[in-house]
Design a protein around this ligand. Sequence first.
Ligand code: SF4
Length: 414
Amino acid sequence: MERKNDKLNRRNFLKGAGFAGLGSVIPVSGCTESKQQVSAAKFAQIPRRRLGKTGEKISCLGLGTVFDMTNKHHILDSSVDYGMYYWDTATNYGDTKSQLGIGKYLAKNPDLRKKLFLISKPIDLETPLPVIADFDKDLAESMQRLNTNYFDAYCAVHGLSEPAQLTDELKRWAEKCKKKGLFKYIGYSAHENMAEGLLAAAKCGWIDIALVAYNFQLMQDDDYQRAIDAAHKAGVGLIAIKTQRKTTLDPMPIESEEDKKLTDHFLAGGFTTGQAKLKVVLEDERFSAAAVGIDDIGILTQNVAAAIDNTKLSKDDREALAEYARATCNRYCSGCGHICSSAVPDMPHVCSIMRCMMYYKSYGHHERARQHFARIPEDAKKNLLKVDYTLAEARCPQHLPIAKIVAEAVRKLV
Ligand code: SF4
């Protein structure tokens, strides 16, 4: 009976708060000054969690602004309404227009800055090791675009792929920047070799935050779980990205039997699959927040509803996600780049290419995919179709058809 009531409550929640209720009070445009003052009373607020050893409390749902935000101020309005004060941007998001859009918004709403927890990142790391002069330049230019004179956190290494990228030089530079008040916390982001990065961050002691890919598929990996434990115990503030586990192989939406089964399971319980995928991450309390790319009020509403709802996923719900992860793992690159790189040491870009194709196919972000692909050195690009990927495919734990995906990337992204 309890389970039945749970389902009914969830259904009401999704129907009422997730769509009709929240949708009916979300504005689609307009100024925010007066709304900011009344928002806490009028709108349910996103819960906040402690961010590792920093002691800061941030909204457990972060606004990922990977788009041109100059024409998306209504998204920022709604984010403020729901107390989603953690905003995540980077220089290359929307080709600097993410930062420019937020900067214009902050110019109109100067009192908002002190309420925000604003994280910025430079463009994805293009060199084997970080170049400090690039960070100095990026910090100055990003702050100008964003109309701010400090960041709450700066993820200097955007796209950490090797623990060696957390250099002593970077540590000394971060200490100096903190003293100057340029940012409060230093961190990195990673879509690749996340376990190795987190173990290094736990050990080195000077990394404050880590944005790492984490979702229902990656949570099945025991080595990754141990690394998350170590980082959490060391006080590294953990933020989950890529929570939806979009795939390398398929355009969305996918409508396989497995997808239909998962959709039916969660709709019967009152959630969309997207909400369930977000909730399973948010229920992992080692993570302070999940940063989710939101460029649409409907998506914002669904994510907010999932974050505010305190119904726990059941054992059956978790098993449905785990079963789906097992059945569809060969669509997904799990970012274990050290494995395919060890098989094709002359072509250490396989993992990056898989990510490019995820952006291209699942997200439909063609320009972003091309920009990432363009960063592969020209010498390596010339050899992409000459390399024998047989051993890499044999070692790939997800059994991805690497040669086929690389060939498609060359056709679509060059
Ligand atoms: S292609 Fe396979 S081995 Fe390489 S990073 Fe992706 S999942 Fe790991």
